[in-house]
Structure formats: structure tokens, C-alpha cells
Design a protein around this ligand. Structure first.
Ligand code: PLP
Length: 378
């Protein structure tokens, strides 16, 4: 069986280094908010070309804390509306609600699965104060258009990068922001920040839960360093109503070992994606859009097909495991019963048709050969 994702195989090359790291942390006798975290925060900020990185407990907390941070700074307040793609992993939407803000869902483009920037303006009200862009499946959202709208209305831009570690250029809205040829010279004067998850299956994954926030906003960073630690900068003196959400030493240590290989891993993912795109030839299968730029890190390779369950079953019979990301759109989840009557036809179509093929840096050429061959005879 070709597994959808072989986490064990992905972490195997690090086994000795992980064990040494465990010994280092044990020898240090310091497990939370220490040297490993400091090293990682510095390295990851540099990697993302941002000034600050704040390690937190997971990707969900990264999002929630960003919103809470802006609330503490008086830049958002309870009841403000946040534009968010209707087609996203539910965590993006739950994070907005968790911070007492109101999610306003916007349809995606069928080709990119990402938010359609042309539909944002019609959802703007006097309460709209922020846009949460999600780089779904590892593909950059159209940040040039999103930033332009944000700039026009003075919105905060938050990026959910839980699936997109390595699309560096979209991380930096200031001088280094470079996606979109015609906007290359444009300087955005926006408040922005990005949330990352290091959940084991993400492009950069640890051996448990982990997350981080990156930003160039020094005020926000200062609040976040405090909020993640009970709202306390100086131990036992609390400035904010904070939470406990810290990236621990062991996980930060493991991430320090894996970060140097992230770009190479993403290159491998893109090489596999290129093969899938060139070699899968089947009228029943719709392949994902990719502009061949580095603004896609293929966290997932997501195809569409009308009889998805059929195809999935056929692949299983041929020893190929696939996963559906995701079977139920957020607005149709039981948890959001108030939204169940809303209609987002493109989001619904995507959720009905998508299927994720095996994709990881450890997928071999012969496995890709086999997957392609099986798909082409479906
Ligand atoms: C994984 C994920 C999250 C949440 O990250 P956790 O570390 O699991 O809390 C948020 N948004 C998106 C798009 C994700 O894929």
C-alpha cells in the first residue's frame, strides 16, 4: 500500500539527531521558554524574512493570539468582522470566533481553491476590520489583490500559513513583498502577521503540537510574547489576560533540526507535482492549477473528480491511499448550524469533488510512476 503520508519515513533521517537533541534538552534541564526556542524563533524569522517570530503551542493558537493581540492593541474589537475564505480548514474560522470576532465567508476560485479577491469588496461593511487570507493546500492566495483592498480600507491582513511554510515572499507585506509582477515596486503600509502550524503532517512538522507567529510589527510582537505566557513579560506580573501557549524546548529543538531542509523538501514536493501535472492524463480528473512559481509548496496535491468515492475506492483497490481535504465545508458543519442554510456553491462543489493524492518529500519516483499509471487507467 502506498500510504497517503508516511510520517515515520519522513522523520527517519532525523532519528539520531532527534535522540541527541533529547539528550541535550535533558542535560540542560530546561524545558519551556529556553535556548532551543530562542534559536528557532531567530532562525524561522530569518527564514520567513520577518523581524519577529513568536513560538506558540499550535497553529490554531497562533491565529487566535494574533487576533487577541490586535484586540489588546486596540486595533480590533469584539464584534468586528473578518473576511475569510468559505473554503478553508475549519481552524481558520474557529480562530476568528475564539477571539470574539465575526467571520464573513467569501467564495473561492474553483481553479486555485483560494479566496476570490474579486468577491471581497461586496462583503465589506462598516464593521469589517481584517482579512484572514489562507494559503490553502500550500498555494499562495492572491496577496497582491488582497493587500490592495486592505490598503484601501486600512484593514489588518492576517495570513494562515499552516499549509504554506516556505512561500516566503507572501510573508512580507512591506518592501520585500514581491508576488504579482505589476505590483513589484509597491510598498504596502499594512499591519500584517502570519500564523504557522508545526503539526506533524505539515510541510515543517514537529513530533507533537507546535506553532508560530511571524510579523514585522514590533508592537504586536511585544504583546504576543506576553500573551502566549499568561500575559506576563516579567514572571508573576501580568499585563494582559493571556493564555498558556508555548512552543516547548523539545519541539523547538526538533524543528531546529528540520528547518534547514524545508526548502529542499518543498523542491521535492514541487518536482512530484510537476510529474503529476505532466503525466496524469484522464478526462475524468481535473488537475490543480499551478503557475510553476515558488508560490506553491504543495502541502497537498488536490485533484477534482465527479465520482470521487468511486475513484477513491478504485485507488484503494490498487493499493493507493488518498484523503479528502475536506469532506464537509465549514458552513455545512453541525457546529455552525446557523450557517447551514447559506449557499456557497463553489465551496460546496470543491468539497464534493476533491481528493488528495499521496504527496510528500519521501514519495519515490517509482511510487509516482505507479500512481500515475493507475490514475491513467481509471
Ligand atoms: C493545520 C491547520 C491549522 C491549525 O493548526 P494546528 O497546529 O493543527 O492547530 C489552521 N489552519 C489551517 C489551514 C491548517 O491546515
Amino acid at each position: 500500500m502506498i500510504p497517503f503520508l508516511d510520517l515515520k519515513k519522513m522523520n527517519e533521517p532525523y532519528e539520531t539527531a532527534f535522540q541527541e537533541k533529547l539528550k541535550t534538552v535533558l542535560d540542560n534541564g530546561w524545558y519551556i521558554l529556553g535556548k532551543e526556542l530562542e534559536t528557532f524563533e531567530k532562525a524561522f524569522a530569518e527564514y520567513c524574512q520577518t523581524q519577529y517570530c513568536i513560538g506558540v503551542g499550535n497553529g490554531f493558537d497562533a491565529l487566535v493570539l494574533i487576533f487577541k493581540g490586535y484586540i489588546e492593541l486596540g486595533k480590533l474589537k469584539k464584534g468586528d468582522e473578518v473576511i475569510v475564505p468559505a473554503n478553508t480548514y475549519i481552524a481558520s474560522i474557529l480562530a476568528i470566533l475564539q477571539a470574539d470576532l465575526i467571520p464573513v465567508l467569501v467564495e473561492p476560485k474553483l481553479e486555485t481553491y483560494n479566496i476570490n479577491p474579486d468577491l471581497i469588496r461586496e462583503k465589506i461593511t462598516s464593521k469589517t476590520k481584517a482579512i484572514l487570507a489562507v494559503h490553502l493546500y500550500g498555494q499562495s492566495a492572491e496577496m497582491d489583490k488582497i493587500n490592495e483592498i486592505a490598503q484601501e480600507h486600512n484593514f489588518i491582513v492576517v495570513e494562515d500559513c499552516a499549509q504554506s511554510h516556505g512561500i516566503k515572499k507572501s510573508q512580507n507585506l512591506n518592501s520585500k513583498f514581491q508576488t504579482g509582477e505589476n505590483l513589484k515596486s509597491k510598498i504596502y503600509n499594512l499591519k500584517s502577521s502570519s500564523a504557522f502550524s508545526f503539526y506533524p503532517g505539515k510541510n515543517l512538522g514537529c513530533l507533537g503540537d507546535g506553532g508560530a507567529i511571524t510579523t514585522n510589527d514590533s508592537e504586536l510582537a511585544k504583546v504576543l510574547f506576553s500573551l502566549r505566557n499568561y500575559g506576563s513579560e516579567k514572571k508573576y506580573y501580568n499585563d494582559y489576560i493571556g493564555v498558556n501557549s508555548r512552543l516547548d524546548e523539545l519541539q523547538a529543538g526538533f524543528l531546529n533540526l528540520k528547518l534547514p531542509n524545508l526548502d529542499a523538501d518543498n523542491d521535492k514536493r514541487r518536482a512530484i507535482a510537476k510529474r503529476y501535472l505532466n503525466e496524469i492524463k484522464n478526462d475524468k480528473i481535473e488537475l490543480p492549477f499551478w503557475d510553476l512559481s515558488n508560490n506553491h509548496v504543495f502541502h497537498l496535491f488536490v485533484i477534482r473528480t465527479e465520482n470521487r468515492e468511486n475513484l477513491q475506492e478504485y485507488l484503494i483497490q490498487n493499493n493507493i491511499q488518498t484523503v479528502i481535504h475536506y469532506p464537509v465545508p465549514p458552513h455545512q458543519q453541525k457546529a455552525f448550524s446557523d450557517w447551514n442554510t447559506l449557499s456557497f456553491p463553489i465551496t460546496e462543489k470543491i468539497h464534493n469533488e476533491v481528493l488528495s493524492l499521496p504527496m510528500s518529500p519521501v514519495l519515490t519516483d517509482s511510487e509516482v510512476d505507479f500512481i500515475v499509471a493507475v490514475l491513467n487507467t481509471y
